[in-house]
Write a protein that binds this ligand. Structure first.
Ligand code: RB5
Length: 148
């Protein structure tokens, strides 16, 4: 799959780990940065990854900030994005199986490297189950076209 990766300045090392796991699994990875020492506000890169995934330029996105929350919220503002902010393997797995999450957000100040690698590996190797979950994901997608 084509995977796009980005973070803010608080999560550069974690983002590089996330990109490495995706590459080790054989995916085509594009890393949007930032470089170490470069400051980037998390809404900028959250929205950037969201727009690229929603447009179909990439299949999935991996994002990170200090908590994963700011960048995850930002990605979720983009219609078509279902970003899962995770700090455990179970949630990451279920976010794929039931919610068809298309972006994974992690927090560099929340998860250690070993857990983060396992979360990313689990998320990238788990399929959406469809079936009864497809109708619910459809209901989520309808919210993209509603105001309030
Ligand atoms: C940056 O210091 C921090 O606020 C950011 O990385 C993130 O945790 C926000 O949700």
């Amino acid at each position: 799959m084509r995977i796009v990766v980005a973070s803010d300045h608080a999560a550069v090392e974690l983002r590089q780990e996330m990109a490495a796991v995706a590459a080790e699994l054989g995916h085509e990875v594009t890393d949007l940065g930032p470089a170490p020492g470069e400051a980037v506000d998390y809404p900028v890169n959250g929205a950037k990854v969201g727009r690229l995934v929603a447009a179909g330029d990439y299949d999935l996105g991996l994002i990170a900030c200090g908590t994963g929350i700011g960048i995850g919220i930002s990605a979720n503002k983009v219609p078509g994005i279902r970003a899962a902010i995770c700090s455990d393997v179970y949630s990451a797995k279920l976010s794929r199986q039931h919610n068809d999450s298309n972006v994974l957000a992690l927090g560099a100040r929340v998860v250690g490297t070993g857990l983060a690698r396992l979360i990313v590996e689990t998320w990238l190797t788990t399929e959406f189950e469809g079936g009864r979950h497809a109708r619910r994901v459809g209901l989520i997608n309808e919210l993209d076209h509603q105001r309030g």
